[in-house]
Design a protein around this ligand. Structure first.
Ligand SMILES: *Cc1c(COP(=O)(O)O)cnc(C)c1O
Length: 235
């Protein structure tokens, strides 16, 4: 077994244990493998071990990787989980299956307009600034419902849910409390009729707390692929 396959198995076991402890069904939590900074061969190894969903932060890097793995394109789902600048919306609309980092109507409108007619609608999660850090991206929780309603009306997008990146919390309970506030917002939007099915939250260090609070998709990088040695410049 490759190291990546072994680590994947370990992460799946962590998710299963967290689901069991929360009384949740393990099928209700999708593992998104965050492959940023790792090469196509790392993705290939994870795909060979059964992983299907992959997340990339840096759009050009993701597009290059998608091209290098063109033979696997039909089996994999590619998620753009980073911020999307206006000049990168076309690449995301044309190449990815999901976008998680959207926090403005303008970005969503561009993605909808640029989604090629031959492809299914782009799956979208709105990024919410759930812990209110002043310099962080993400829509404010109080504005999430209005943005979600506007985005849900766009023709070439399918609004799936919310995504959060809270600051690291000091302990499990603190992490769970922040994730629980995201879950409450998610439930509130669904009570307003939005029909969301995806709450994208939890990473390598806090996936258990996220699952306990009701995450449906955990985004895990280093626990699968190892420590990221170099951080590429922002694109
Ligand atoms: C890098 C990244 C992750 C994965 O982080 P790890 O701590 O390596 O699991 C998840 N989500 C986003 C948005 C990221 O940028």
């Amino acid at each position: 077994m490759t190291t990546i396959a072994a680590k994947l198995q370990h992460v799946r076991a962590r998710i299963a244990t967290a689901c069991q402890q929360a009384g949740r069904n393990v099928q209700d939590v999708t593992l998104l493998a965050v492959s940023k900074t790792f090469g196509p061969e790392a993705v290939r190894a994870a795909a060979a071990a059964g992983q299907r969903d992959f997340g990339e932060n840096y759009i050009q890097e993701g597009v290059d990787k998608i091209a290098a793995l063109a033979d696997l394109r039909g089996q994999l789902r590619w998620h753009c989980i980073g911020p999307i600048q206006s000049n990168k919306t076309r690449l995301v609309a044309e190449q990815f299956d999901w976008a998680h980092g959207v926090d403005r109507l303008k970005t969503a409108e561009r993605l909808s307009a640029q989604r090629p007619p031959g492809l299914p609608p782009l799956n979208l999660c709105l990024q919410v600034n759930i812990d209110g850090g002043p310099t962080k991206s993400g829509v404010a929780p109080a504005e999430a419902l209005a943005l979600a309603q506007a985005v849900a009306a766009l023709p070439r997008l399918r609004l799936r849910g919310l995504m959060t990146i809270p600051d690291p919390a000091p302990d499990f309970e603190a992490a769970r409390a922040v994730h629980a506030s995201a879950r409450a917002l998610f439930d509130q939007l669904n009570a307003a009729g939005l029909g969301l099915d995806t709450l994208s939250m939890g990473m390598s260090d806090d996936l258990e707390a996220a699952v306990a609070a009701g995450s449906t998709m955990v985004r895990v990088g280093s626990a699968i692929f190892g420590t990221r040695a170099v951080k590429p410049s922002r694109q």
